[in-house]
Write a protein of this length. Structure first.
Length: 163
């Protein structure tokens, strides 16, 4: 159960203290796409998100999007932003996190994972020893079948951890 507990929980990505991450030694950020950066059905980045990503990059962070979604969805979102991405990542398996760190040029101590799911983003990041940040999902109404199943398991796990 400990592997499901994030290092940090925030309401949205905009609540993440980038200065704290930098001071902690984080230099690379692996972020999920759907319901982390934008809603699952939102095709493009918002102006606020673009500003947030630009601020991270100006600070010196490298960013990569790692998503279990298909190539078309992830590429259409990431390419206009100039952000590298990994699609069909099969999170929480380690291979996508290893590939992302290679793209970032970071090791585990220098890498944070941001995502909205305990069973994919947090579990995968914690298994690798990464700094994990759980955000609230942006829009749970637009989630797919497997994500809805994951949410039920997460709800059960949260209840067990509180007891």
């Amino acid at each position: 159960m400990k592997k499901l507990v994030p290092r940090q929980s925030v309401h949205t990505i905009y609540d993440i203290d980038a200065n704290h991450l930098w001071g902690f030694g984080v230099r690379g950020i692996i972020t999920d796409l759907d319901n982390t950066l934008v809603g699952a059905r939102d095709p493009h980045a918002t102006p606020e998100l673009i500003e947030w990503l630009n601020r991270l990059q100006k600070m010196g962070f490298k960013v990569v999007i790692v998503s279990n979604n298909n190539h078309g969805r992830v590429a259409a979102f990431a390419e206009p932003l100039g952000i590298p991405f990994i699609h069909r990542a099969k999170k929480p398996w380690n291979v996508s996190f290893h590939r992302a760190m290679k793209l970032l040029g970071t090791n585990a101590r220098q890498t944070a994972v941001i995502g909205d799911q305990m069973l994919t983003d947090v579990l995968g990041g914690n298994r690798m020893g990464l700094y994990t940040i759980l955000v609230n999902p942006i829009s749970i109404n637009d989630e797919g079948f497997f994500t809805r199943i994951n949410r039920r398991i997460e709800k059960w796990a949260n209840a067990r951890m509180k007891n």
